[in-house]
Design a protein around this ligand. Structure first.
Ligand SMILES: Cc1cc2nc3c(=O)[nH]c(=O)nc-3n(C[C@H](O)[C@H](O)[C@H](O)COP(=O)(O)OP(=O)(O)OC[C@H]3O[C@@H](n4cnc5c(N)ncnc54)[C@H](O)[C@@H]3O)c2cc1C
Length: 394
């Protein structure tokens, strides 16, 4: 067996796609996340300013938006997609509008997500598409379903329509031979989403994964659920697609649990989330005859852990059942070093009107404001690369 020698320490490989000016701009953006008040109130103040028509769009577009998004429209993303592809990294076009609750909004979003599938069809640079359930379904209805409450006839009709929207996307993905992630959001709407997505997997994942459900391992009990789904898929003979993530809504989960007086569904510690995430990866390796997996993480240890398990099991780096995914603008050391060794790597590339992607940008700012975690490393890596380039030029 060849020795396992993957490492994420090569910053030259990681930032090859960025010019000096781009590196400096990225460094500036990550450095402003050090100001807690700006991170906390920046997104809502910016949204308000945009709403009342203050001319701050250019400022946002040239800073945080530029760092984390591909453009305001699909076509504006083209250049970024090309740059990623040139370096072996695929793109997932992520139409990132949030906070809708009108049927007409859902229909518009559905049409736009279908456009991402059509844009991606037949092109190697787009290995996956994605959508968020709340982009096509009303939160309050999902919440009611999750709580097991009875729906009235109007709501039943709405439920039928929302299921149809999920199916339209599943059918389009299957028809165009595209893999489709369904993102996970809050625990209080996840049960009905899981039910619908499991139905879609049973319907469309014949022999290979088209539909990928998302499992948030920062929630307690998800490993057991995965095992149950694996047993069901074995019995009914279909393939499972899992996108594994730790989870992005910790504060909201804690807030709601304490407000409503129920036990938080979130793990008791970060170590517990880490343990379940890595065990979930192992479970996928063990069941790879019927499971495809994407590790959606910026955690170096977890990414290395999956790569190492693949190596030990004799799985090729580019085996189509195994994927690594990061968000655009983050963890380039992981993405580009994996890609350089032939692993399957994709990045979410969010796009959409600036006003509509503000919640997404707010979450990225929050994540990157902690200097302690993996995310805090971005600033130091960018600084290291600028110093390395300076020395190279001397
Ligand atoms: C490609 C991709 C797709 C994603 N899709 C989704 C999605 O569909 N749904 C979603 O919710 N998120 C999604 N995320 C975001 C993801 O859930 C994480 O928020 C983010 O990636 C940070 O976690 P990490 O694995 O990168 O690693 P780390 O930085 O090592 O872990 C940070 C995470 O650990 C968990 N954590 C931190 N402190 C504690 C604590 N005290 N107790 C318990 N857990 C703790 C939290 O989940 C936190 O986000 C996605 C991320 C990527 C890269």
């Amino acid at each position: 067996m060849q020795p396992f020698n993957l490492s994420f320490s090569n910053i030259k490989v990681a930032f090859k796609h960025m010019s000096d000016a781009e590196l400096k701009k990225a460094k500036f953006i990550f450095s402003i996340f050090k100001f807690p008040l700006l991170v906390k109130f920046g997104p809502s103040i910016s949204t308000f300013f945009l709403k009342i028509g203050l001319p701050i769009k250019g400022l946002i577009k040239n800073t945080v938006f530029w760092q984390f998004c591909g453009g305001e429209t699909i076509n504006e993303c083209d250049e970024t997609v090309k740059t990623l592809a040139k370096n072996g990294v695929g793109t997932i076009l992520d139409y990132s509008v949030e906070g809708h609750d009108k049927e007409s909004d859902f229909d518009n979003n559905l049409a736009e997500i279908k456009n991402t599938i059509l844009k991606a069809t037949g092109k190697a640079e787009y290995p996956f598409c994605v959508f968020k359930p709340t982009g096509i379904a009303r939160v309050a209805l999902l919440e009611k379903l999750d709580a097991g409450q009875k729906l009235d006839s109007e709501e039943l009709h709405e439920y039928y329509t929302l299921k149809k929207r999920f199916d339209v996307l599943g059918a389009a993905a299957a028809e165009h031979k595209m893999r489709l992630f369904v993102d996970a959001e809050w625990s209080w709407i996840q049960n009905p989403v899981d039910d619908i997505v499991n139905e879609m997997m049973a319907k469309y994942n014949n022999g290979h994964a088209v539909i990928y459900t998302t499992v948030q391992l920062y929630r307690k009990g998800r490993l057991e659920l995965m095992k149950k789904w694996i047993n069901e898929a074995r019995e009914k003979k279909y393939t499972l697609g899992f996108k594994l993530v730790r989870g992005a809504y910790m504060e909201k989960e804690a807030e709601r649990a304490s407000k409503m007086g129920y036990a938080s569904p979130i793990q008791d510690s970060k170590a517990d989330s880490d343990r379940d995430f890595d065990q979930a990866l192992k479970l996928c390796i063990e069941n790879r005859d019927i499971v495809s997996v994407c590790a959606g993480t910026h955690n170096e240890e977890s990414s290395l852990y999956l790569a190492k398990m693949m190596h030990e099991a004799g799985i090729e780096n580019n085996d189509p059942r195994f994927w690594f995914a990061q968000l655009f603008g983050m963890s380039d050391t992981i993405s580009f070093n994996l890609a350089a060794q032939g692993y399957n790597v994709v990045k979410y590339l969010p796009y959409g009107p600036i006003k509509a992607v503000m919640p997404y940008l707010g979450r990225r700012a929050q994540e990157n404001s902690s200097m302690a975690g993996q995310m805090g490393r971005e600033l130091s890596l960018l600084t290291q690369e600028l110093i390395r380039r300076k020395k190279e030029k001397i």
